[in-house]
Design a protein around this ligand. Structure first.
Ligand code: ZN
Length: 282
């Protein structure tokens, strides 16, 4: 099942894609898609609905982030062998964990304004996990039961704020719009093996990243179990699981985002994102 949110920013309604790929309105069935509605019971209830009975939505409607108001947005750093290699940092022995502000979240086709003065904004295509049940001290074997589904994420990163201005990485990860999530929350039964997904990203039609989740150092189940031992995971929480090689920082010379760049990215079965980069417009 492919769930999504549509409508003006801040006024989105929940929806689903019917078997023809058309958007159907769930707004009269559930309040929203978020922490209170991604639990297994609600997902089962939605799956039992007849999609043809739901109102059809205009295909040109804006698509928002597929999760509303997550409690947290956790990220795993350096989680692909090829990306760790391009950064010159030895692969970590335990997951590198940092937070991205939830205010960074945007829709999958929204233009993105660079952080004011940014000259080192970068891209990171990532597999996102959406948690469906409260998870605390769980094992790797149990982890899949706590996942609601998966989504596409771009963990946009301002490298100067991230790496050159002291403190931890969160400063460079949290700009408004630097966390597009979606277009869809694909529920887990429709993702046969999350460790066998192809992922790619293009800047101005040039392929920059091409990877596979098979290259993860810590796979999805290990990440969920590991995090549950240092923090509670709650329904609606989003985890970005790291990026493969091909980020702008890893190129020689480095290539960072500029005004009018166009980004396009995707992961097998999870849809695509596309948007234009704009200079700070405030
Ligand atoms: Zn990342």
């Amino acid at each position: 099942m492919r769930l999504l949110r549509f409508g003006k920013k801040g006024k989105e309604r929940p929806g689903l894609l019917d078997p023809d790929g058309k958007i159907r309105d769930l707004g009269d069935v559930i309040d929203d898609l978020g922490p209170r509605t991604v639990d297994p019971n609600t997902i089962d209830f939605l799956r039992a609905l007849d999609p043809w009975s739901l109102p059809l939505v205009d295909k040109d409607v804006r698509i928002g982030s597929c999760i509303s108001h997550p409690g947290k947005f956790v990220c795993i750093g350096l989680n692909y062998h090829d990306h760790a290699e391009e950064t010159g940092i030895p692969p970590p022995s335990e997951p590198v964990v940092f937070m991205k502000a939830v205010s960074s979240i945007g829709g999958p086709y929204d233009d993105i304004s660079l952080i004011r003065g940014s000259t080192k904004s970068d891209w990171e295509v990532e597999l996102g996990i959406v948690i469906g049940r409260h998870a605390k001290y769980i094992s790797i074997d149990q982890a899949a039961d706590y996942v609601a589904g998966f989504c596409l994420i771009n963990d946009l990163s301002e490298r100067e704020w991230q790496l050159e201005r002291g403190g931890n990485w969160s400063k460079g990860k949290s700009g408004d719009g630097y966390g597009p999530v979606g277009p869809w929350l694909v529920t887990k039964e429709d993702v046969i093996d999350p460790q066998k997904l192809e992922m790619w990203l293009e800047v101005n039609d040039k392929r920059m990243q091409r990877g596979t989740t098979a290259d993860m150092i810590f796979p999805v189940t290990e990440i969920v179990a590991y995090l549950s031992h240092c923090m509670s995971l709650n329904p609606g929480d989003i985890i970005a699981t790291g990026t493969p090689a091909g980020v702008g920082l890893g190129r020689n010379p480095p290539r960072f985002l500029c005004d009018n760049d166009e980004l396009r990215l995707g992961i097998t079965g999870l849809g695509e994102q596309s948007y234009r980069i704009l200079k700070d417009d405030i």
